[in-house]
Ligand binder design. Sequence first.
Ligand code: GLA
Length: 383
Amino acid sequence: MSAPAALAAGFTAHFGAAPSGTVFAPGRVNLIGDHVDYNDGLVLPMPIATGTWIAWSPRSDNRIAAVALDYRGEEAEFALDGPCPAPPGHWASYLFGMARTCAERDLPAGGINLAILGTMPRGAGLSSSASLCVAIGRAFAAAAPGVHGDPLALARAAQATEHDYAGVRCGIMDQIAVALGQPGDALLLDCRDLAIRHLPLPEDWAVMVVQSGVQRGLVDGQYNQRRRDCEDAAQALGLGSLRDAALDDLDRAAISPVVARRARHVITEIARTRAAAEALGAADLPRFGALLRASHASLRDAFEVSVPAVDGLVDWLNAAIGPVGGARMTGGGFGGAVVAVMPADQVLAITAKLAAERRTPGGAALDISIEGAGTMVAAERTA
Ligand code: GLA
C-alpha cells in the first residue's frame, strides 16, 4: 500500500470518518556545510523523497487528537491551552510545541484530528523532526480556510519548537530545507540573511544516502556543547559569529585547543560550501567530491562529531567511487547517515557492491536510497 493510501486508511480506522485532506513535508540530506548554520554560515541541503505524511480533519473544540501510525499507533490528545502531554523529544511534544508556537506567532493552529505517518528513518541526521514539525504546520494551515502558509514563518516556528520543546539549540538549515526546498534541487542557504538559491543537480549526478545503522540523538547535549564551543570562539575573537572569522585570527585568540579546532572546522567548512556550490554550478563532480571528502575529515578530526561506523562507511564509499565523486557524514553527526555524490552511471554497481560487502554494526542489511536528479537516470538505465 502506498504511504497516502495507508495514511487515509489509518485515519479512517482511528477517527471513524475519512480525512478532509493530506499534507506532506520531506526530510533533507545535507550535501555539505555541517555545523555552520548556527554560525551564520553557508549550507547546501536538498529535500529527500521520504518524509512525514499527515491526514487531518478540523474539530470544533480546541483539542488536538493524533495517532502516530508508524509509532505502533501511539495516541495523544490534549487541549491547546493545557499542559504538554509528553516529555521533550517525544513526537507528541513536537505536536504540542508546534501548536503552541504557531498560536503565539499568529500562524494557524486550532482544534484538529491528525494521523501521522513518517516514511523516513529517525535519528539518521535527515531531519525527521523538522519534517514532522513542518508537516504539522502545513496541516494547521490547510485546515484554516483562506490561509496561505508562509514557508519562512513556518520554518522559524519549527526551529523554535526544536529549541523550546526538544531542548536542541539547532540552526535554521533543516527547517528551511524542508519548508522551501524543491525536489531535485540543492538549496544554497546563507544562514546570515537567509538568502536562498535553488541549484538543480546535473542530470548525470546521483546522490546516495546510506544509513550507518547507528542511531543518533541530538537531545543528549553534545550538539549544544558544540554550539557553545563556537560561541566561545566567536566571543574570544570579538565577533558576532564565526562567519566573520579567518584562520589567522585563531593563532592570536586566547582559546583552548579544542575550541580552536571547532572554529577551524567552521571557517573551512563555510569556504568548502561556497566552493561546492560553484562546483555544482560548473557541473564539476570531481571537485565537488574532493570537497565532500575534506568536509568529512574536518567533521571527524576537528569538530569530532563522527563515529567509527560512519567513518568506515565513508572510507568504503570514497574508495569505491574514486576521484570522480565523494562521500561524507551528513547532518548533526554522532551516528546517522552518510551521503555520497557520484556519476549516475556508477550507482547500480556501487549499490550492489555495498549491499554485498557491508552491514550495519548490528549485522543488518544497509538501507540505501538514491535521491535527486540522478534517480531518474539510474532508473532509466536499470530498465
Ligand atoms: C542538525 C541541526 C541543524 C544543523 C545540523 C548540522 O541537523 O538541526 O541545525 O546544525 O545538525 O549541520
